[in-house]
Design a protein around this ligand. Structure first.
Ligand code: ZN
Length: 435
């Protein structure tokens, strides 16, 4: 047994950190505004080099050398289908902060891209951030450039106050989360920047009301029904692909009904009317027919299957395939199925140490609980979770931040709180040891 003792951060250290963060509120707001004013709308995601430069500059101020990975264009072409509409280089920016001596490794992640904004509905230009009533307005203010600024300042608070920690912290800022692309987090996994030996991951791509510990998996399938074209006047001589597809959709709806009754053991966010995370199967697109007087020979349907962490991607596919095969036996049409998109679910046990620590620190800073919950969305953090790394997600958005909508905004006080929660969590997760 080791004789070394773990020293948790003292109240004095934490108070010093909080004072530093409070005193730098204006700088935190300034950085958020600088990030928002760089239009990183994806697609196409043209301004990533600019935002990477700003973030690398901030990381340099921590006394470390930032790294920027560049993905070869040929790799992007191979991994991302052209319909996604990516243009230009996709730099991912990161650095490693080493503490004193051995200790756990923390990975931090935030994305730098934003969804498009149509300025006509906005009170101000979405890419000219404005401050009103203690809130910053602009595309990405909440999702998630404000939280990216929190990450930077949570680390500055450590360095500037000289708070001691063991192990290491690796902040990563990645691209293309909003288009679910390969080019962000996945690339850092392929480059071995994100590896299995990381002990904890904190993502800030979320809100301050609950602590996300899970998210849904997502598989999309295109099912092609091939019939036989014919002149409508002698329609019985053809095979109507749309009518056959309609029959198949009915069977898929029955399966969807069964799936909709399943529940995860992970609690859901309270606002969607389900206590536990809930899976689903939906037919979300249909394409077929050429002209009013032709029996259609092809119909394509798109099935979106959202699955809970307890379900596996392979089983989900088999389940749909079984229904398709059974239907195909009775149908004169030829039916095939192809998976076109896949995200795994993210899952961290709600009683994991990481979750307990972040929740505890959030309670101290906010004066209320942030209960662990599963998100009914899918996230790029799944790839980190699939490496066996626990992930906790907490950031500066709120339900009323209107992310992806008009007049998206973030509360300045929430930025300050998230920054404190982050720094406090690092200090508790990375205690220094002394002989
Ligand atoms: Zn986001």
């Amino acid at each position: 047994m080791s004789l070394s003792r773990v020293f948790l951060p003292s109240q004095t250290v934490l108070r010093k950190v909080d004072r530093w963060i409070d005193a730098h509120k204006k700088d935190l707001v300034d950085l958020t505004c600088r990030l928002v004013s760089i239009d990183t709308t994806v697609p196409p995601g043209l301004n990533y080099p600019k935002i990477s430069q700003v973030l690398a500059g901030e990381l340099k101020e921590l006394g470390v050398t930032p790294s920027v990975t560049h993905i070869p264009e040929a790799t992007i072409k191979r991994k991302v289908s052209p319909e996604v509409g990516l243009k230009g280089p996709r730099p991912n920016t990161y650095a490693i902060l080493k503490g004193e001596g051995d200790g756990p490794k923390i990975l931090l992640n935030g994305h730098v891209d934003v969804v498009p904004a149509d300025p006509s509905g906005w009170t101000n230009d979405p890419f000219k951030p404005t401050i009103r009533n203690g809130q910053i307005y602009g595309r990405g203010a909440a999702d998630m450039k404000g939280s990216d600024a929190c990450t930077i300042f949570s680390l500055k608070a450590l360095v500037e106050t000289g708070a001691k920690f063991a192990g290491s912290i690796t902040p990563t800022f990645t691209t293309d989360e909003e288009v679910g692309g390969y080019t962000g987090v996945n690339h850092l996994v392929d480059k071995h920047v994100i590896t299995k030996d990381i002990d904890y991951c904190i993502s800030t791509d979320s809100g301050i009301e609950v602590l996300h510990v899970a998210s849904l998996g997502d598989s999309e399938f295109v099912i092609t029904v091939k019939g036989e074209a014919a002149h409508s006047g002698r329609g019985w001589t053809g095979i109507n692909a749309i009518e056959e597809a309609a029959g198949l959709i009915e069977k898929l709806k029955v399966l969807g009904g069964e799936i909709g009754k399943r529940r995860s053991r992970i609690p859901a966010e309270p606002m969607y009317g389900t206590k536990k995370m809930r899976p689903g199967l939906y037919v979300n697109m249909i394409k077929g027919g050429l002209k009013g007087n032709i029996i259609p020979d092809t119909c394509e349907i798109l099935v979106d299957r959202r699955f809970i962490p307890e379900e596996k991607a392979a089983e989900v596919e088999k389940e749909i395939n079984r229904v398709v095969r059974e239907f195909a036996k009775e149908s004169p049409a030829k039916i095939s199925m192809k998976k076109i998109l896949g995200y795994d679910p993210m899952i961290t046990p709600p009683n994991h140490k990481l979750v307990k620590v972040v929740r505890k620190q959030a309670r101290k800073v906010l004066g209320r609980d942030t209960p662990p919950a599963g998100s009914q969305g899918s996230t790029d953090m799944a790839v980190v979770s699939q490496l066996g790394i626990p992930v906790a997600v907490l950031g500066a958005t709120r339900q009323d931040s209107n992310i992806h909508g008009i007049d998206e905004h973030v509360r300045i006080n929430d930025l300050v709180s998230v920054t404190k929660i982050l720094t406090h969590s690092y200090l508790e997760l990375l205690p220094i040891r002394r002989e």
